[in-house]
Design a protein around this ligand. Structure first.
Ligand code: DON
Length: 331
């Protein structure tokens, strides 16, 4: 039986929290059998179906992690939040929003339907593939490496080191992704790509292949929870307005055609990736009782067994349970 959250003493005990999370990971790990690792990018099929890990890093310095905590995996669609932030920092919010909207599609992440049936063919939001490719095309620089330099600088500021691109994953997607090429041609037709399609796709496949850990995701989440400021130095890493819009996009679009349910039943900004990562942001909350992480926290989850919407099946259930037990919801 999964332990509920007993009444927490005034002194929230890190050891006690750790035991709760260990217990919950053990429970939800069993549900990875109900999912399936991605295989449309061939190399992703090599992931361990049963893996499940979580890392929670609080503004108060409390850090809890459990399960598969050391795995490196590729960031995939979580990178879309970061390239959106970089594009807004480089080109200005108004310009970026003139090229990509802020509306959820209710469709799969790689759906072409809205590009086909709506006029103009402006991508609905920066977190679906059409919006992400539009954003990647507008990053400054003539080559994919130059376009991604600002992303790596941003990542290093948030996670403390410069992550690497997993070349095998990059090549695996580059050599198989017909869908993204089709989306790219729709965007070209609608004049939404600012760079050569080849460079845009190369940039996008490389950003998706950046390798991270759940601790890295939790640190990124903590910066966003802190409105874009470094939680230790209070240095501004991301302008507040851009940080807030990124969180709004995560809340309304981050889990694709599961975003509505996620906002309703979990209630925190989150972004999934097809290799099984979830980035979640818990802003500071006002509550009339002692609860964990009231000052805010970032959460990183890894669980490569996916549900039908391409989100981590056990990761979402674990996140929903943590959010409900510790009242993490925005609402
Ligand atoms: O474009 C793709 O299909 C992948 N590189 C990323 C998709 C993804 O992560 C969807 N998220 N659940």
């Amino acid at each position: 039986m999964v332990q509920g959250s007993a009444n927490l003493n005034t002194e929230i005990n890190e050891k006690w929290l750790q035991e709760y999370v260990d217990n919950w990971v053990g429970f939800f790990k069993k549900q990875t059998v109900d999912g399936e690792v991605a295989s449309y990018i061939p190399i992703l099929a090599e992931a361990d179906q049963e893996a499940l890990g979580i890392s929670i890093i609080g503004k108060n310095g409390v850090a809890i992690k459990s399960g598969n905590t050391e795995e490196k995996f590729t960031i995939q669609s979580i990178s879309k939040v970061l390239t959106f932030i970089v594009a807004c920092m480089e080109r200005g919010l108004a310009y970026v929003l003139s090229r990509v909207d802020v509306e959820p599609t209710g469709e799969a992440f790689n759906s072409i339907m809205h590009l086909e049936i709506t006029q103009p063919k402006k991508p609905f939001n920066p977190l679906v593939n059409s919006g992400a490719l539009t954003v990647s095309s507008m990053l400054e620089g003539k080559t994919s490496d130059r376009k991604l330099e600002a992303l790596f600088i941003l990542l290093e500021k948030m996670i403390g080191y410069r992550p690497q691109i997993n070349v095998e994953t990059y090549e695996s997607e580059r050599d198989t992704s017909m869908r993204n090429r089709a989306i790219g041609y729709y965007l070209l037709e609608g004049d939404y790509l600012e760079s050569d399609l080849g460079i845009t796709l190369e940039t996008y496949f490389k950003q998706c292949s950046i390798e991270i850990t759940i601790d890295d995701l939790a640190r990124i989440g903590l910066v966003l929870s802190n409105d874009g400021y470094d939680p230790d130095t209070n240095e501004e890493i991301i302008p507040r307005a851009i940080s807030r819009l990124a969180k709004a996009m995560m809340l309304t679009c981050g889990m694709y055609n599961a975003s509505g349910k996620f906002a309703a039943y979990v209630g925190i900004p989150a972004k999934s990736g097809v290799s099984g990562g979830i980035l979640a942001v818990v802003p500071p909350r006002v509550r009339d009782e002692e609860l964990p992480f009231l000052e805010g926290c970032g959460i990183g989850i890894y669980g490569p067994a996916l549900d039908n919407q391409g989100n981590s099946i056990a990761g979402i259930k674990l996140l929903r349970h943590v959010a409900n037990q510790w009242d993490l919801s925005l609402f």
